[in-house]
Design a protein around this ligand. Structure first.
Ligand code: ATP
Length: 324
């Protein structure tokens, strides 16, 4: 393996730059050439490449987003598109790829490897934490802290006006962000895609809070809540059934994707980048690097795309007890 390509693909996440830096520096350490591929698979199709050197990734570890840009490529979903991508790998002598992204990006990598036998290693970079084979994805910890700090600020205004706030956080298919941020920010209720806690139960709990003397409340709602209602509909439902509450809605949205990565995400990205390159150099392919019990582990890429691990039921119990 003489030249390794690195790309960021799918939704961006804080810490992707730290992962790029780690891949580039590890290549330099082992005296292997490294090439950056702009805009994920679309850049691979278009041959949008840049040589990467150890000094070229100075001063990016603390930056959010991704210096290589990210994209979603419909063309790569076609055989013709992937053929163009393969031709570019050959033309530029790219012997293996490190793909930093989510499950969609890994699915693309599996298909590409099956068709053209290009060695691929995946690094999980997504704020959703919805990947099997790792307890943490890069960007998740930063997103948790961003959302928690935002809710702390919302609580200031909520308590000044005795209001009930519904705060929507990211997580269409997985409630990891909502559950952890809800506990961390002291929410009264947490609604997640995995669990249908029931609207009646929420009303009961809010009523109880009111009578127990709470002057303000926060309900954290995941984008993909199981109740089937979006955050505005939920707020309307509560306002109708509990007129004593003055309800407001706040959708945190894309701020959760941005910002300087936390120390945890920087360290995780650095460790995963080293392992990804070392796996390629050892001739081990079609794997994703992950974190388990604070050890860097590997999972077959094909298994990593099968979805997230289970939600932490103990955390749901803690949340219930905390709202007593
Ligand atoms: P996030 O979880 O943050 O959304 P992701 O990696 O899951 O990130 P996707 O948009 O699902 O993001 O996938 C990224 C890209 O991977 C797609 O734009 C596409 O180019 C490629 N891809 C996804 N699925 C396939 C597939 N079945 N075949 C070929 N390519 C695919």
């Amino acid at each position: 393996m003489k030249k390794i390509g690195v790309m960021t693909s799918g939704g961006d996440a804080p810490g992707m730059n730290a992962a790029i830096r780690s891949v580039v520096r590890t290549c330099a350490y082992y005296r292997v050439q490294c090439v950056g591929i702009y805009r994920g698979y679309q850049g691979l199709i278009e041959g949008d490449f840049v040589p990467m050197t150890a000094r070229g990734v100075n001063n990016i570890i603390q930056k959010g987003g991704t210096i290589l840009k990210s994209a979603r490529s419909d063309e790569f979903r076609t055989k013709e598109g992937r053929e163009k991508a393969y031709d570019n790998c050959k033309k530029h002598n790219i012997d293996g790829l490190v793909v930093i992204g989510g499950d969609g990006s890994f699915t693309g990598g599996v298909v590409f490897n099956e068709e053209f036998n290009i060695p691929i290693i995946g690094i999980p970079g997504t704020i959703d934490n919805d990947i099997f084979g790792t307890t943490h994805t890069i960007g998740y910890d930063t997103a948790l802290n961003t959302a928690m700090e935002a809710i702390d600020k919302i609580r200031d205004t909520a308590s000044s006006h005795n209001r009930l706030f519904f705060v929507e956080v990211m997580g269409r298919d997985a409630g990891f962000i909502a559950l952890n941020v809800g506990v961390g920010a002291g929410a009264e209720e947490i609604l997640i895609p995995e669990e249908n806690l029931g609207l009646e139960r929420m009303l009961e709990s809010l009523k109880k809070s009111k009578y127990s003397g709470k002057s303000s409340s926060i309900v954290v709602v995941s984008e993909g809540d199981k109740s089937g209602k979006n955050v505005y509909e939920l707020a309307e439902y509560v306002e109708k059934n509990l007129p004593e509450y003055e309800v407001r809605v706040s959708v945190l949205g894309h701020i959760q994707r941005g910002g300087s990565p936390s120390c945890f995400d920087r360290v995780l990205a650095s460790r995963m980048g080293v392992k990804a390159v070392e796996l390629l150099l050892d001739g081990k392919y079609s794997l994703m690097v992950g974190l388990k019990d604070d050890k860097i582990v590997t999972t077959d890429l094909i298994n990593a795309i099968k979805g997230a691990g289970d939600i932490n039921m103990e955390l749901i119990r803690v949340s219930d007890i905390m709202t007593t």
